[in-house]
Design a protein around this ligand. Structure first.
Ligand code: NAD
Length: 299
């Protein structure tokens, strides 16, 4: 199976490198030439354009910032879809829009192509380690035919087929929405605890042992305690994900008042700290507003 990979940023660079390390022939493309270099050094072929890449592969994986870039790369006369050989498969691993996935499914069906959405969770460190969680939407037989490729990037125990085209994107957007809800809620609890004179370690241990525990409180906040807000997931992408989740609420006719507020808090963090700032900067917003840094030695 010859694999094309488009979008070699924080996540895609490491994911493509794991595909290559597993022995697949790899053709790579990114608008940023420098992003392709490490893969060429590992034996991959550089493609001159998305269309040229498409002509020479059986599978195309995209790991692009979001729906705008996915549409630009995949559609139109110079897009990937019009240049893939019939029978080939497109796997979109970006966090993107379920609606766009379903819209493009009419084009892939017309062209005799397969399509899966397979967005991931697990941060840049999970991409490097090849232990990502993957949520797959699309035809089950097509998913099973590509499972061994997905296993080069993800933890086999946590690769789930979750429904038809668009379902992977839907689950991923809901996951991110809840995680960022938790981050904002945890910021309020920890800033108040600190101002009330509770030791941060004592507070964390107490909450972890309680029904109010969350993955954020147990694990992710440790990086905030060390002053690291995780720049490997940029705030511009966080705001894109939260915007897509709010769009989904609108499309489904569900009032998502908390999601809208959490999106606005993250947009304020983006305006304050910039688009490349780290994903947990909503916590810093409250730390800065109240002059209450959340710092403690984590061991
Ligand atoms: P990134 O911005 O680091 O990488 C995106 C890459 O796509 C860049 O190398 C960029 O040059 C390239 N690109 C942009 N437009 C392009 C185009 N038109 N043609 C070709 N290449 C193009 O983003 P990332 O952090 O790697 O995230 C990628 C996707 O994965 C996003 O959808 C993000 O939401 C999702 N995601 C990120 C993380 C994380 O922790 N960073 C975790 C899970 C999911």
């Amino acid at each position: 199976m010859r694999v094309g990979f488009i979008g070699l940023g924080h996540m895609g660079g490491a994911m493509a490198s794991n595909i290559r390390a597993a022995g697949y022939e790899l053709v790579a493309y990114d608008v940023a030439d420098a992003a392709v270099e490490p893969l060429v050094a590992a034996g991959a072929t550089r493609a001159a354009s998305p269309a040229a890449l498409a002509e020479s592969v059986d599978v195309v994986v995209t790991m692009l910032p979001g729906p705008l870039q996915v549409r630009a790369v995949m559609t139109g006369p110079d897009g990937v879809l019009e240049h893939l050989p019939s029978g080939a498969t497109w796997i979109d691993m970006s966090t993107s829009s379920p609606g766009l996935g379903r819209e493009l499914a009419t084009t892939t069906a017309r062209l005799g192509l397969g399509q899966l959405d397979a967005p991931v969770s697990g941060m840049a460190k999970g991409a490097k380690a090849g232990t990502l969680q993957i949520f797959v939407g699309g035809d089950e037989a097509r998913y099973l035919a590509h499972r061994s490729l997905l296993e080069t990037m993800g933890d086999p125990e946590r690769i789930f087929h979750v429904g038809p085209i668009g379902a992977g994107h839907t689950v991923k957007l809901l996951l991110n929405l809840l995680w960022f809800d938790h981050a904002v809620a945890a910021a309020e609890a920890f800033v108040m605890g600190r101002l009330a004179g509770i030791d941060l370690g004592v507070l964390q241990r107490s909450l972890v042992a309680s029904p109010a525990n969350s993955h954020f409180i147990e694990h992710d906040i440790n990086s905030v305690f060390e002053g690291d807000y995780d720049e490997s997931f940029a705030m511009r992408l966080v705001c894109k994900d939260l915007g897509l989740a709010v769009d989904m609420g609108r499309d489904l006719g569900v009032p998502v008042e908390m999601a809208a507020l959490v999106e606005q808090i993250h947009r304020r963090a983006l305006a304050t700290y910039g688009p490349e700032g780290g994903e947990m900067l909503a916590v810093k917003l409250l730390e800065d507003l109240t002059n209450t840094p959340l710092r403690r030695a984590v061991g």
